[in-house]
Design a binder for this molecule. Structure first.
Ligand SMILES: Nc1nc2c(ncn2[C@@H]2O[C@H](COP(=O)(O)OP(=O)(O)OP(=O)(O)O)[C@@H](O)[C@H]2O)c(=O)[nH]1
Length: 425
């Protein structure tokens, strides 16, 4: 592996480590450590998926000090954010239903008991090893996770025993601020009741909060044979749509994903849900397309390093295999940086910010930077940290030789600049 450090950086791992240590994510630190993926494999496919603010003196301030990321600033709740005039195609996080006005997207995890809600939240956001989820206890109260990364959002895990469809239950507090509802169905269990509850909830939300994004995770598919998994998935999709249609709600905008915590499918599904909350997604995809065309990149992902959720990818067909390779590669780089990386102090970062930033300049205005390359079969992987939270990772095409690295570096910097312009608009 050829590992080059640009811009006097502590590297991707340094920022990831700093954030994992608590500053930029308000997670339950009692939960055990790193993610272990690699247990039973299952392929995935998709059809078309209050923690209080950290005190100001918390380590979070390290990231908020000085030059803030334009991306972060835009996506969060600054009142003066300049929004594009085009009609809103995606939720922006500043959803019309927002009551409290905190502007942070909220994702609700709902479903039957033992369907796997807490496991999903723990594996994706707390890096809990999937096997450790066997010991998770039943959720009795709403469990709230705050994710502070390239975009702030909250994930609420709702206990299954409360009947939210009961008209006597005041759901306004729960549903009024949400951006996306993720309904988890246990594919290994009897699912008719789950579908009925899901449809009741969808119909209710359709009346009161029609702009909410709805995703169904057909979960625990790892335990099913290929054929049975496909049949179950189709059956669930069909039943949900038929019942909604019978109730007068045709073509309901519900997305379905096959998921499992034992492989990457849960991260991929979450990525797709999160992408629907990003208003700039079309611009990001167009930028990635342009980059792929100019550098003969086979597939490019913009990853949120902390969660391994991908924020955007180019518009060429996505397969779980390429996501897995890139996701594993981020793990490797983060692990190596854990050992060899160091933290850049703020004065140093600020000095670099003043010098750097121009296209073609080696300075990186927003973050430390790290470039790594690795032969992977015929194609090699290219990773560059874009800012504190985001990393660009590309599977290079066969005709994109490593000798052209200088040109690729240049184009990636142009991409980085363009990205900053998109988010500083
Ligand atoms: N095979 C398999 N088991 C899973 C998966 N996700 C979760 N589980 C298991 O499902 C069981 C229930 O998971 P929980 O996360 O506690 O389910 P929950 O929906 O939060 O349950 P309640 O809190 O009771 O509502 C645990 O034993 C998990 O290990 C998965 O993808 N595959």
């Amino acid at each position: 592996m050829d590992d080059q450090r640009g811009d006097g950086s502590g590297g991707l791992g340094a920022s990831a480590r700093a954030a994992d240590a608590g500053p930029s994510r308000t997670f339950d630190t009692q939960r055990p450590g790193p993610t272990a993926h690699g247990e039973p494999a299952a392929s995935s496919s998709s059809v078309s998926a209050a923690v209080p603010e950290a005190p100001p003196d918390a380590p979070l301030s390290r990231f908020r000090h000085g030059k803030r990321l334009t991306l972060e600033r835009y996506l969060q709740d600054l009142p003066f954010a300049d929004r594009p005039p085009s009609p809103q195609r995606y939720h922006t996080g500043k959803i019309p239903n927002t009551k409290t006005g905190d502007g942070k997207p909220r994702l609700l995890l709902m479903g039957q008991r033992r369907s796997g809600k807490s496991s999903i939240s723990s594996v994706v956001f707390n890096k809990l090893a999937p096997s450790e989820t066997l010991y998770l206890e039943t959720t009795h109260r709403i469990h709230k996770e705050s994710m502070h990364s390239f975009m702030d959002f909250q994930v609420w895990d709702l206990p299954a025993h409360i009947d939210y469809s009961d008209p006597a239950f005041d759901t306004e507090d729960i549903f009024s601020d949400i951006s996306a509802l993720i309904w988890v169905i246990d594919a290994q269990d009897e699912y008719y009741d789950a579908i009925q509850r899901l449809n009741t909830t969808i119909l209710r939300l359709q009346e009161s909060h029609p702009s909410i994004i709805i995703a169904v995770f057909v979960h625990k598919v790892d335990g099913l044979s290929e054929d049975y998994r496909t049949d179950t998935f189709r059956d669930i999709v069909q039943r949900v749509q038929d019942e909604l249609c019978d109730a007068g709600f045709e073509n309901a905008p519900v997305n379905f994903y096959q998921t499992s915590i034992y492989d990457h499918s849960i991260f991929e599904a979450f990525s797709k849900v999160i992408q629907k909350l990003i208003p700039e997604l079309p611009s990001l995809e167009a930028l990635l397309d342009a980059l792929c065309a100019s550098c003969r990149i086979e597939k490019a992902y913009l990853f949120d390093v902390l969660s391994k959720i991908y924020v955007a990818t180019d518009t060429s067909p996505t397969d779980i295999g390429s996501y897995e390779i890139c996701s594993d590669y981020i793990d490797v780089v983060v692990d190596i940086s854990e050992i060899y990386g160091w933290e850049r102090d703020e004065a140093e970062a600020a000095a670099e910010a003043d010098d750097g930033g121009a296209v073609g300049d080696s300075g990186n205005k927003d973050a430390e930077s790290l470039i790594t390359m690795e032969k992977h079969g015929n194609n090699y992987l290219y990773l560059r940290e874009i800012n504190k939270y985001l990393a660009l990772i590309c599977i290079m095409g066969e005709d994109s030789a490593t000798e052209r690295k200088a040109l690729i570096d240049y184009n990636v910097r142009v991409f980085q600049e363009a990205l900053n312009r998109v988010f500083s608009r």
